[in-house]
Design a protein around this ligand. Structure first.
Ligand code: FMN
Length: 226
């Protein structure tokens, strides 16, 4: 049995294209893998706090230090998010582009789960990611077109950032599906249909790799939290 972590970051609830696509992927996945578990997090319904001094003080205090209620509370929120992150074998994130990058809600989430000693370790060359052997799917809607080779390619601070931060955390298998012209555009439905085909292809690949790992002739998907 595998565990998926499904997160939606769109501030739009009704009519969100990223929510529709991420939910469709999860629904199809569970049809094919009914024994798998899904943890769902909606960053609009339950806003993750930004990192404050309370969290930093709690993390960096020597063991045994008395922590205030605010410090304990900040630490327990981050701990729970990290536990949930590490429990996932696969990640499915619906993350629209806001102002050429990710929504603030998703940045707050990332700041909570990048934790030295939990998801990051200290190696010979400095900090290195501990979150190995997982698969990640990022569905990114955007009203504009930032295609590779196009005039606005270098306006996209979304894909490079997410590939960098999650890659740094140790996740090597990242599938990024950009959905251009996702809002109020004649192409919208065509782009969604194209994205759905890419999502089906991703699910097929993940399933094939998981079966191969089970048969002993592929890369296993270990669960660090187990
Ligand atoms: C606050 C905000 C900022 C946005 N910034 C951009 C942007 O920089 N580039 C872009 O192409 N679209 C931008 N959009 C449009 C969204 O990316 C687009 O509507 C997308 O479909 C949102 O995803 P959703 O349908 O899942 O909510 C922005 C929308 C909002 C609400």
């Amino acid at each position: 049995m595998k565990t998926l972590l499904h997160i939606d970051a769109s501030a739009n609830v009704a009519g969100s294209v990223s929510r529709r696509l991420s939910a469709g992927f999860i629904s199809d996945w569970l049809d094919a893998n009914p024994g798998d578990a899904v943890n769902y997090r909606d960053l609009n319904a339950e806003v993750v706090p930004v990192v404050t001094s309370h969290l930093l003080e709690a993390i960096y205090s020597p063991p045994g230090t008395y922590l205030s209620e605010k410090q304990r509370s900040a630490l327990s929120i981050s701990d729970a998010l990290v536990d949930e992150f590490l429990a996932a074998d696969m990640f499915v994130f619906g993350v629209p582009m806001y102002n050429f990058t990710i929504p603030g809600s998703f940045k707050a989430y990332i700041d909570q789960v990048v934790r030295v000693g939990r998801t990051m370790g200290r190696g010979e060359k400095g900090l290195e990611g501990l979150v190995k052997g997982r698969k990640m799917l990022i569905i990114s809607t955007r009203a504009g077109d930032y295609s590779k080779g196009g005039p606005r390619e270098d306006w996209d601070f979304h894909e490079p950032y997410l590939r960098k931060i999650f890659g740094w955390m140790g996740i090597q298998d990242i599938t990024y599906v950009p959905v251009m012209n996702s809002r109020n555009h004649a192409d919208q439905e065509k782009r969604v249909v194209e994205a759905e085909a890419l999502l089906r292809g991703t699910a097929d690949r993940w399933n094939a790799e998981i079966q191969a790992a089970k048969a002993g002739n592929g890369t296993a998907v270990p669960n660090l939290a187990a």
